[in-house]
Design a protein around this ligand. Structure first.
Ligand code: CAA
Length: 295
């Protein structure tokens, strides 16, 4: 499919939104990225700056190309600037009500014929599509963290998604150099359906005295050749995000293996969201992460 996109909108410049913004700009598209306040916007843009500088330093990107990527990114606090986008990708927190409210506001602003997509990791794509006037042009585009590095894009087809929208998802993935897989609109799609219970089970194993946080992680790195252990991965994904995916999946499937273990709930309640907040199962304040005492 010849992809007819010039301008992409990204709603949210957090953990996922900043990465999606960067790869779309690197893919040659203009990107309008919207955040709720200047502080969050600046924080996300600083992360992009850092990644671009790193790529230049390593000789993977020329200074001119990095400047051109930066030039294609248009930060804003105003939904009105999404009007001209050919595709708008939502990358907000995993809160269905907040997403629905955003779509009700954004759908009438974005030009007719444009596509809308959600980067949700677990929530219903169909329910979000139904909040818009164009469910046939709505799809799930699930990127993985860090979006700049992880090769996968899950293309999620909801009940009303048209062939055209689904084809656009695969063409977009190809354009960005991603491996694409087709996933149904079930909770957790393919990867989280398998990865989330694995992380939760690793946490439960620790709670049950099977091994220390470090030993469980070291075990899976050296024993299964994973790039990162499951508990470090939980911190990396964000414990708030993991807990909210667990809650959605537990409700959908009714199986205990999807329930958030007690220590995860306690950490989230204490505001320890993992790497992004400086503490989760590990403490990130020192030179190297060390296992943190549980609350
Ligand atoms: N942004 C951009 N680039 C990054 C990055 C980031 N946040 N973190 C690392 N990189 C790049 C580095 O620049 C480096 O690039 P080069 O090879 O070009 O030099 C490369 O990734 C490797 O990085 P490092 O050498 O610093 O570190 P590493 O080898 O330990 O790799 C990692 C880091 C890529 C994160 C690796 O540990 C990994 O793959 N971990 C597993 C990540 C994973 O499973 N993600 C999916 C989470 S689940 C999810 O996202 C779904 C959901 O809905 C919850």
């Amino acid at each position: 499919m010849n992809i007819e996109i010039e301008r992409v909108g990204v709603v949210g410049c957090g953990l996922m939104g900043h990465g999606i913004t960067q790869i779309c700009a690197q893919g040659g598209w203009d990107v309008v990225v919207r955040e709720v306040d200047q502080e969050r916007l600046d924080k996300g843009l600083a992360k992009i700056e850092k990644q671009l500088a790193r790529a230049v330093e390593k000789g993977k990107l020329s200074q001119e190309d990095a400047d051109a990527v930066r030039g294609r990114i248009h930060p804003t606090l105003d939904y009105a600037e999404l009007a001209d986008c050919d595709l708008v990708i939502e990358a907000m927190t995993e809160d269905l009500e907040a997403k629905l409210e955003m779509w009700r506001e954004v759908d009438p602003i974005v030009k007719e014929g444009a596509f809308l997509a959600t980067n949700t990791s677990s929530l219903s794509v169909a329910e979000q599509a139904a909040a818009t006037s164009r469910p046939e042009r709505f799809l799930g585009l699930h990127f993985f963290n860090p979006a700049q590095v992880m090769p996968l894009l899950e293309v999620v087809r909801a009940e009303g998604t048209s062939d055209e929208a689904s084809d656009l998802g695969f063409a977009l993935g190809e354009h960005l150099g991603k491996t694409t897989v087709a996933a149904g609109d079930n909770r957790g799609f393919i990867v989280n359906r398998l990865l989330v219970p694995y992380m939760l089970d690793a946490i439960r194993a620790h709670e049950q005295g099977v091994g220390s946080v470090e030993d469980i992680d070291a075990g899976m790195i050296a024993g299964a050749s994973h790039p990162m252990g499951p508990i470090a991965l939980a911190d990396f994904v964000g414990l708030d995000t993991l807990a909210s995916i667990a809650s959605v999946m537990h409700e959908a499937y009714g199986e205990e293996r999807f329930a958030a273990p007690p220590s995860l709930t306690k950490l989230v309640e204490a505001g320890h969201f993992g790497r992004k907040s400086g503490r989760g199962y590990y403490d990130y304040s020192g030179e190297k992460p060390v296992a943190a005492p549980l609350p």
